[in-house]
Design a protein around this ligand. Structure first.
Ligand SMILES: Cc1ncc(COP(=O)(O)O)c(C=O)c1O
Length: 310
C-alpha cells in the first residue's frame, strides 16, 4: 500500500485528523469525483438518462464487490446500507416456529432487533452463545448448542457481526462458518466493520449470507451497502426464499443482477425443508416459473415485465 499516494488522494487528511472510520471514513478523491460527476450528469440530462449512461460503471460495482468477497457478481445485491442488506437477507429465510437462531453476545443491536421481531412473529428461539475468556464467541459452546439433543437440529441460522461496532474484537468467523456448515445451519456474517479492513473470502469463511456497507473501511459514499447471498449449486438448497425473489423482482435497478439470476431460473429451487436439512439430503429443484405465473406477474407489474423499470 502506498500510504503517501493514498493520503494525497484524500484531501481531507490535510485538514482533519479523522479517526471515526468505524462511523464513516473520509472519502478519497476518486469517490468524490465519481459522485459529483454523476450528480452533474443528472443535473444536465436527468436521473434515468444519467443512470443509463453509467450502466457499465454500475455493473462494474457488482464485479468489484464480488472480487472483494471471492463471489460471483450474480450473488451480489447493492442496496442502501448494511441494515437494509441484513434485513433483506434475514427476512428471506423461511423460519418456522421453533427454529433456533444462534448469535453472539457482541451482536449488532439492529440485527438483534430483527431476531426479536422474528421471535415475536414466527416463534423462532434466539440463543446467545457465551463468550470465551478472550471475549470472542466461544466455539466450544457454539458446537455444544449445534449438537444439543432435541435442539441442535432446529438451528436454522448462526449470525454474528465479524467486528462489533463499539470495540476491536474480531470474531473467529471462519471457524464459526465451518461449524454452521457441519451442522446444516445457515451462516450470516455482518461484515460491516470488517470489509475493507480484513480480507474477506466467502468460501473460506463458509458464509451463506454476508452484508456490509460502503462508507466505512471501503471509503465509499454513505447510502450504499451490499448483500452477498450464496448461489445455488445444482442439487443444493438456496438460502433465499421465494418471497425475497419476488421482492427483488420488484426492487429498483440496483438489484438487477439478482433479478437476472432469478429470471434465468438460477435461484428457482425450493428451500430445503427442515427434515431434508436434518437428513442432509439434497432438496428437489422446483420447476421453472410457469407461463401462468409469468402472465400473473405481468398483470401485476405491467405489460413490459420483466424488463427493468424505466
Ligand atoms: C456491525 C455493524 N452492522 C451494521 C451496521 C449498520 O450499518 P448501516 O448504517 O450501513 O446500515 C453498523 C454500523 O455502524 C455496524 O457497525
Amino acid at each position: 500500500m502506498d500510504i503517501e499516494r493514498l493520503r494525497a488522494d484524500t484531501p481531507g487528511c490535510a485538514t482533519a485528523l479523522h479517526l471515526n472510520n468505524a462511523g464513516a471514513a473520509l472519502m478519497p478523491r476518486p469517490v468524490y469525483e465519481a459522485l459529483t460527476a454523476h450528480l452533474a450528469r443528472e443535473y444536465a440530462i436527468g436521473g434515468y438518462e444519467a443512470k443509463e449512461e453509467a450502466e457499465g460503471r454500475i455493473a462494474a460495482v457488482y464485479d468489484a464487490v464480488a472480487r472483494l468477497l471471492g463471489a460471483d457478481a450474480s450473488e451480489i445485491a447493492i442496496v442502501e446500507n448494511a441494515t437494509r442488506a441484513f434485513d433483506l437477507g434475514f427476512h428471506s429465510i423461511p423460519f418456522e416456529p421453533g427454529d433456533v437462531i444462534l448469535t453472539a453476545v457482541a451482536e449488532y443491536a439492529s440485527n438483534y432487533l430483527a431476531y426479536l421481531r422474528a421471535a415475536e412473529t414466527t416463534g423462532v428461539v434466539i440463543r446467545v452463545v457465551p463468550d470465551d475468556e478472550h471475549g470472542q464467541l466461544d466455539l466450544t459452546a457454539l458446537e455444544r448448542a449445534l449438537a444439543e439433543p432435541g435442539v441442535g437440529h432446529r438451528v436454522r441460522l448462526v449470525a454474528v457481526s465479524h467486528i462489533p461496532t463499539h470495540f476491536g474484537l474480531i470474531q473467529p468467523a471462519a471457524a464459526i462458518g465451518a461449524l454452521a456448515r457441519r451442522y446444516g445451519a445457515l451462516f450470516f456474517l455482518d461484515a460491516t466493520q470488517s470489509a475493507g479492513q480484513l480480507p474477506l473470502d466467502v468460501a473460506a469463511l463458509g458464509c451463506d449470507l454476508l452484508c456490509s456497507t460502503g462508507r466505512k473501511y471501503l471509503r465509499g459514499p454513505r447510502g450504499v451497502g451490499f448483500l452477498y447471498v450464496r448461489g445455488t449449486p445444482p442439487g443444493t438448497a438456496p438460502p433465499v426464499h421465494r418471497s425475497a425473489r419476488r421482492h427483488l423482482d420488484r426492487a429498483p435497478m440496483n438489484c438487477a443482477p439478482m433479478r437476472a439470476a432469478s429470471r434465468t431460473g438460477r435461484r428457482t429451487s425450493r428451500p430445503r425443508s427442515a427434515s431434508a436439512r436434518r437428513s442432509n439430503t439434497p432438496s428437489r429443484s422446483a420447476s421453472p416459473r410457469s407461463g401462468r405465473r409469468s402472465r400473473g406477474r405481468r398483470r401485476r407489474f405491467g405489460p413490459d415485465w420483466p424488463r427493468s423499470p424505466a
